[in-house]
Ligand binder design. Sequence first.
Ligand code: SF4
Length: 72
Amino acid sequence: MDSALCAQTDPDAFHPERGGVRAAPARQVCGRCEVRVECGAYARSTGQADGVWGGQTARQRRLSRRSDGARR
Ligand code: SF4
């Protein structure tokens, strides 16, 4: 949490599903975040249903889960 770059930005930017914001700016912040990999893994393992985590939107996480399931 101490290394989370989003903690230094507008938290609403990380919730594009609430409307009014696009995911791209949040994803750009994630791209510079040193805990991006851990953040994305946490979001996937805990089934985070909304928000940008680790550079992925909720939709992208759902699609990743589906394709991971299809590979098994
Ligand atoms: S990778 Fe995670 S911790 Fe880092 S800025 Fe993005 S949402 Fe925040």
